[in-house]
Structure formats: structure tokens, C-alpha cells
Design a protein around this ligand. Structure first.
Ligand SMILES: Cc1cc2nc3c(=O)[nH]c(=O)nc-3n(C[C@H](O)[C@H](O)[C@H](O)COP(=O)(O)OP(=O)(O)OC[C@H]3O[C@@H](n4cnc5c(N)ncnc54)[C@H](O)[C@@H]3O)c2cc1C
Length: 72
């Protein structure tokens, strides 16, 4: 069953949810209270759950090409 989904907030979470839902065949619209999305911060830190999501979306390989590993 295909649903009409409204995602409120076009941050990392909202856009990831929108992409995952669209890939499942749902009709997705994304809205945000700001007119323009601008970068914040210096980098994107992706931890283990984030890597799982990237793998599920088929982006892990592309992402890893421009990523640097961080060791604790
Ligand atoms: C100053 C700063 C620096 C940071 N630096 C880094 C960094 O270097 N590396 C890193 O990995 N992480 C960094 N972070 C953390 C990172 O920004 C967050 O972890 C991440 O953005 C969370 O994503 P999110 O989608 O949950 O929320 P958000 O990115 O906050 O997205 C939420 C979106 O919802 C929208 N919204 C909120 N309320 C409404 C509403 N009522 N109606 C419509 N739209 C709404 C907002 O405008 C926003 O676009 C930083 C955070 C800050 C504040």
C-alpha cells in the first residue's frame, strides 16, 4: 500500500526518512520552516547506526570514498 507522507523538517533525519520511504514506494513531500538549507558544522560524523542506514540505502560505498575513519 502506497501512502502519502509529509515529512516536516529537511535535516539529516527528515531527508533520510523521506528517501527511505520514497524507495519503499510511498509518495513523500518534505517541508521545512526555513527557505534555504545551509551547512552547519565542520563535518558529518556517522556512527554505527548511521552506517547501517547508509548501507540500507545503498550509499555506503559512495560515502566511504570521501570519508575518513576515526579511531577512539
Ligand atoms: C552548531 C552546530 C554544529 C554542528 N556540527 C556538527 C558536525 O560538525 N558534525 C556532525 O556530524 N554534526 C554536527 N552537529 C549536529 C547535527 O547538526 C545534528 O546531529 C543533525 O543536524 C540532526 O539532524 P536532524 O535531522 O535530527 O535535525 P536538524 O538537522 O535540526 O533538522 C531539523 C529540521 O527541521 C526543521 N524544523 C524544525 N521545526 C520545524 C517546524 N515546526 N516546521 C518545519 N520545519 C521545522 C528545521 O528547520 C531543520 O531544518 C552540529 C549541530 C550544531 C547545532
Amino acid at each position: 500500500m502506497s501512502l502519502n507522507v509529509l515529512v516536516i523538517g529537511a535535516g539529516m533525519g527528515g531527508l533520510t526518512a523521506a528517501l527511505a520511504l520514497a524507495r519503499r514506494g510511498h509518495r513523500v513531500a518534505v517541508v521545512d520552516r526555513v527557505a534555504e538549507l545551509r551547512p552547519v558544522g565542520a563535518a558529518i560524523s556517522v556512527w554505527s547506526n548511521g552506517v547501517k542506514i547508509l548501507k540500507a540505502l545503498g550509499w555506503a560505498r559512495r560515502w566511504s570514498r570521501s570519508a575518513a575513519r576515526c579511531s577512539a
